[in-house]
Design a protein around this ligand. Structure first.
Ligand code: PMP
Ligand code: GLU
Length: 397
């Protein structure tokens, strides 16, 4: 007899991972699917990083690591925060985890009790809501729509705060919208947050380096807030290392300590070989990061042009990350081959089955008017995918 916990029964599967699996399954059947569903750089991990991992194997880094991460990696992260963000952390404030997703899970598990409210701007990354639910917290979603360039206003944040608010989650550059908050915009949020001592901000900065408008800005830079911000980052996106599973947090010491305790019971720490690779990523040449950013910028320009060329689609020109999140309401309610497309899930399934391109429904990100298309793909594939999309959408009546 199956008797799963309520915790797991209440959890929705990750839509990004589900879409990735669907396109893998179709590919395994020989279908030429262009995968624009999952968000990961299409580049190989740079060679000098791979070499560091090979050396780590030869040097027998095969024993359990310290739970919070190797000292040299924590030192490299402290230097990274100083060099790139002008943030001061001590090594004790750093915790290395198995991906930024795990860092987020740790942080939420450390601070959220049953019924605590967590403010999440929509569109949000798929896992935020589910992780909050897993911690028995209550997600309080505030909507940043297409019309507002997918950014929430200070008034929206202010109005969402109640005595039960425990955390505020922010992702800039944003997955899925590509919106990037400026320093002034963050300053306005900081002005509100500093009046509420209990609220911890989880600042997801995993797309820091995929920024097309200038310097990355973090809410942790405002001294009055520093003790209440958990900065989440990792090597997945900047260094094309999604499969290595290394993420990290820089946090107030009491939060890092709590996460260390959790991790000590749950994983014993992140993979040793991957940690050594991450040291190389953070301390060796950084030109690879800039080269990939430039490639993403070029593809963004191409992608926005291709999407704008499709009748009825409206698209915000992303300032960062590698997604476009076009408004598709023009097509909702239309039919094709006797099938009515009622929502973005129907639309993405239609596009996958008929045009063989995988995208992710906006519903999964809390915005049922849009779909997410990753442009972390070759120019050739982007052109072909948008040709297929234009043709498939053109058949809808
Ligand atoms: N945050 C956001 C917004 C992301 O898009 C991702 C990528 N899946 C993550 C966190 C987690 O990244 P990872 O676990 O690969 O470090
Ligand atoms: N960041 C990616 C995405 O949003 C990876 C998938 C995941 O980790 O859920 O598609």
């Amino acid at each position: 007899m199956e008797s799963l916990s309520q915790r797991v029964n209440a959890l929705s599967p990750s839509a990004t991972i589900a879409m990735n699996q669907r396109s893998r399954d179709l590919r395994a059947k020989g279908v030429d699917v262009i995968n624009m569903g999952v968000g990961e750089p299409d580049f190989n991990t740079p060679d000098h990083i791979k070499e560091a991992a090979k050396k780590a194997i030869d040097d027998n880094f095969s024993f359990y690591p310290p739970v919070a991460g190797y000292p040299d990696l924590k030192k490299a992260i402290v230097s990274k925060f100083k060099r790139e963000n002008d943030l001061d952390f001590t090594p004790e404030q750093i915790l290395v985890s198995s991906g930024a997703k795990h860092s987020l899970a740790n942080a939420l598990m450390a601070i959220i009790d049953k019924g605590d409210e967590v403010i999440i701007p929509a569109p949000y990354w798929v896992s935020y809501l589910e992780l909050v639910k897993l911690c028995e917290g209550k997600p309080v979603v505030i909507e940043a729509k297409f019309e507002n360039d997918f950014k929430i206003t200070p008034a929206q944040l202010q109005n969402a705060i109640t005595p039960k608010t425990k955390a505020f989650m922010i992702c800039s550059p944003s997955n899925p919208s590509g919106a990037v908050y400026s320093k002034d915009e963050l300053k306005a949020f900081a002005g509100i947050l500093l009046k509420h001592e209990r609220i911890i901000t989880l600042s997801d900065e995993i797309y820091e380096h995929i920024n097309f408008v200038g310097r990355h800005e973090s809410l942790a830079q405002f001294p009055a807030l520093k003790e209440r911000v958990v900065v989440i980052n990792g090597v997945s996106k900047a260094y094309a290392m999604t499969g290595w599973r290394i993420g990290y947090m820089g946090a107030p010491l009491w939060i890092t300590k709590a996460c260390d305790k959790l991790q000590g019971q749950m994983t014993t720490g992140a993979c040793t070989i991957a940690q050594k690779a991450a040291v190389a990523a953070l301390t060796m040449e950084q030109q690879c990061v800039e080269d990939m950013r430039e490639a993403f910028y070029r593809r963004k320009v191409l992608m926005v042009k291709l999407v704008r060329d499709i009748e009825g689609l409206k698209v915000y020109d992303p300032e960062g990350s590698f997604y476009v999140f076009p408004l598709v309401t023009y097509y909702l309610g239309k039919s094709v081959n006797g099938r009515t497309i009622n929502n973005t899930t129907d639309l993405c399934l239609y596009l996958l089955e008929e045009a063989h391109i995988s995208t992710v429904p906006g519903e999964a990100f809390g915005d049922p008017d849009c779909i997410r298309i990753s442009f972390a793909n070759s120019d050739e594939n982007l052109i072909e995918a948008m040709r297929r999309m234009k043709e498939a959408l053109g058949r809808m009546k």
